[in-house]
Design a protein around this ligand. Structure first.
Ligand code: C2G
Length: 130
């Protein structure tokens, strides 16, 4: 069974590792769409700290990840699912309900987020360090 998931994975942290490892446990092969810098800018009005090449290299170096590609648009989820012949889409539950319309293409599962850590929070903590 092929699992697909998506994310920015900026300033890679334990919440990212947890979801990728849990996603892999649901199948045999894990394919990860890493959001492009341009997509990130359009969503968050800021560039990620780590650029797309660095983020793709970090994610593809993980033992639980089999394949990585660049996610260039949120609107292309259906196309990415079909292109990679994914059986199941997994996302953190901050996205709960957002991808239910894809359930006719593949199974859609939202896993609980790891509490108390996020890229935004890490950026704030680093800013405080003098
Ligand atoms: N995540 C998590 N626990 C955290 C932080 C993140 O489980 N404490 C999960 C998110 O729910 C998501 C994945 O890690 O499934 C990647 O998170 P982000 O890098 O924040 O990705 P995002 O900006 O939400 O981009 O097409 C969707 C986007 O590409 C997702």
């Amino acid at each position: 069974m092929k699992i697909i998931t998506f994310g920015t994975f900026d300033m890679f942290h334990i919440g990212h590792l947890n979801i990728l490892e849990r996603a892999k446990e649901q199948g045999d092969r894990l394919i990860v769409g890493v959001s492009s810098d341009a997509l990130n800018f359009s969503k968050k009005s800021r560039n990620p700290i780590c650029d797309e090449d660095a983020r793709m290299r970090i994610v593809s170096a993980l033992k639980c990840v089999d394949e990585v590609f660049l996610e260039e648009s949120l609107a292309l989820k259906a196309e990415y699912i079909q292109r990679h012949q994914a059986d199941c889409l997994i996302m953190g539950d901050d996205w709960a309900g957002k991808f239910d319309h894809l359930a006719d293409l593949c199974k859609v599962i939202y896993l609980p987020r790891t509490p108390a850590i996020s890229t935004t929070q890490l950026i704030e903590v680093v800013k405080e360090i003098k």
